[in-house]
Design a binder for this molecule. Structure first.
Ligand SMILES: Cc1cc2nc3c(=O)[nH]c(=O)nc-3n(C[C@H](O)[C@H](O)[C@H](O)COP(=O)(O)O)c2cc1C
Length: 277
């Protein structure tokens, strides 16, 4: 978080409407004696910036951020409801990728936007580990195979679902774990950091938002649930490969330039179990 002053008010612009205090759901921001908003106890502030976003006159500067530098809601290019619905329907998992790297500038742009991914209590303790190209991804694969093949735990063997695909991957026969992807984003959280309440949800939400942004940029993606299975079964392996603690909450999304093009949406609308409570 920023070291700038938490909250500053341009009194000449403030119209004392109180919208900022009404939208401060943790009650950190109050209307002071003169009717101007203030944050008497900064420790209560969750840095959600709702006061800043809602102010009708742009009177609030929050941790040095000024209203005029924000993306304005008025006139912003947004998808229509229909476009958003079509987009959700046409999202697909891709398991065949072109032998080409994703433009790093595209990844950088997407990762910057991912700072907007919501986290419980606005804890924002996420870390984005990006395996960004073919060389790095192959290095990751090799490291992973080495960790599997070097695994020793007395007489206890690795489960077959882990040992056999690793051999096939080393031989170049198949890549069940990483689906031939040329990149992977691993989103992790620090479950011990102050204020973190929902680390497992936070990482999955960020992955899901990455998927949508990546596909909007023409990339293919596929969830890598397999890595989580590895952490559940043999957590020491990921400690070796990624340096994660054995309990580090994380999820991973594979990506790359798709080598397949889906021609239509699938039809699963009536499979959603809806219970109007
Ligand atoms: C949490 C989660 C984990 C997944 N793990 C994997 C995986 O390890 N490998 C894989 O190929 N697909 C994985 N998938 C993709 C699903 O199989 C896929 O979403 C589902 O078959 C529906 O296909 P669609 O995404 O194209 O709609 C995962 C999906 C989710 C949501």
């Amino acid at each position: 978080m920023s070291s700038e002053k938490l909250f500053d008010l341009d009194k000449a612009k403030c119209v004392k409407c109180g919208m900022c205090s009404r939208d401060c759901f943790f009650g950190a921001l109050k209307m002071g004696v003169e009717g101007y908003p203030e944050i008497p106890n900064p420790a209560r502030c969750m840095h959600c910036q709702h006061c800043f976003a809602i102010c009708p006159t742009g009177a609030i500067t929050f941790t040095g951020k000024k209203a005029e530098d924000s993306l304005p809601v008025e006139g912003a290019l947004l998808p229509s409801a229909e476009a958003a619905e079509n987009y959700m329907r046409l999202r697909r998992s891709t398991r065949r990728y072109a032998d080409a790297d994703v433009d790093k500038a595209v990844l950088e742009r997407i990762l910057k936007v991912l700072a907007n991914s919501p986290t419980g209590c606005n804890a924002r303790a996420l870390k984005f580990t990006c395996v960004s190209n073919r060389e790095a991804m192959n290095e990751f694969r090799k490291k992973f195979i080495r960790a599997i093949e070097g695994y020793r735990n007395g007489t206890k063997l690795l489960p077959r679902w882990l040992a056999v695909p690793a051999i096939q991957m080393r031989r170049g026969e198949s890549d069940i774990f990483f689906r031939g992807a040329t990149g992977m984003l691993i989103v992790s959280s620090d479950e011990k950091a102050p204020g973190v309440t929902t680390p497992n949800e936070d990482v999955v939400i960020a992955c899901s938002q990455f998927e949508m942004l990546a596909q909007a940029n023409g990339l293919g993606t596929c969830w890598c649930g397999f890595l989580r299975l590895v952490q559940n079964e043999v957590p020491v392996l990921l400690e070796k490969v990624l340096g994660f603690r054995q309990t580090t909450p994380f999820y991973a999304m594979l990506f790359g330039i798709p080598a397949v093009k889906y021609q239509r949406g699938i039809q699963r609308d009536d499979e959603a179990a809806i219970d109007w409570f």
